[in-house]
Design a protein around this ligand. Sequence first.
Ligand SMILES: [Fe+2]
Length: 407
Amino acid sequence: MREGVDISSEKIPATPAHQSFAEFHNRLSTDSEAWSLANEALSVYPPDASLGIIESESGKSFTFAASGDGLEVRPGSEQADALLEIQTNGWRDFRAALETTQSLLYSDRARMQRGPMRIFESWGPVFEALYHRRAPYNRQRLNLRNLGGEPLDPNRSFAPGDDFDEMRHFLDEVGYLRLRDALNHTEIANLTAVAERLRGEAIEGDGRSWWGTNRDGQSRLFRVHYAAQSPEVQRLRASSVVASLLRLSPDEMVAPDEDEIHSTIVLWKQFGMTEGLADLPWHRDCQLGGHARNCPTLVMSAHLGEAQPESGDLRFLPGSHRGSFWAQDMNQRDLVGSIGVGAEPGDLTLHYSDVVHMAPAPTSAEGPFRTSIVTMYRRPASGNHRGDDRHYFDALEAGDGHVRSLA
Ligand SMILES: [Fe+2]
């Protein structure tokens, strides 16, 4: 793995309070480390077109462009193919890794004055380099190793009782881990009964569930919230096997309060969904904001049924939790270097919210489809940087139980 970038000790360079948008960008090229990483990002993820950014309050603007010599940042934005208007506070939070290209637009702290949002997103890895000194996820430079120094197999899974250090190293190196046979038949049956009860109680628009639309125009439930209020789910969250998994992280990880809406959720894959977030394109969980405040977080899925391509599996880019990423097509299931982590009933999977991952649609029209109970564990100091209780996902909610798409 590339040295020098470690999510658990990631240091986002602070913007001096007195440094303005214009001063910062005028001095960018003097930061040789950031500039070099930005040129690497430019070569790994070439942006679609040139981008201008104009600060609302000052009217100052800069153009970001790629030339034969690499990155160019110049004052002015008249010639840029696309133009983003950004508020000063939004830019400061973007610079501080609290906002992202998507979260700025969804929260109306920035808007495209000219050109599509996609052009701004295509510059994401360059901004991560310039603002955060974050290297691009570069598959050509990946060098995943196991504890013995041998090439690491990213398809490996573990069983209870396997070597703790091997498991910890694996999670740290690739960003996810599958623990087989972690739940017994009784636990699976009890949790399945809870999931079925919550499914039966869910009503579209109840504020406790998410619904989408399938290709036949039918509304389908794919997610319920507040599952942690159930005693069976509380037992799972407090179980020794879960505690041992959480110890794999070098950071202290705690479960959010049981009454928090997204604390533990139940997910059901559905076939043929055309609207809503039942299927997730390649993403990081922090791409709606809050990275510097909240990451790393750990997402644990308890699998109550099969999670295979036919029923809806989880896909990952091994080792991508340390780098920036952008894809031409975020819905491309078989991205080069990606792998599917299948699961059987009773398996637990764990992943860092920062690892690039995807929850694709089931490839088969025949169920049963994946059912999983998902808990997001986080560091005690995490929270919403915008200073309210809203979750980042809330920016996507339409208010009727349906949610906007990410891609
Ligand atoms: Fe996710």
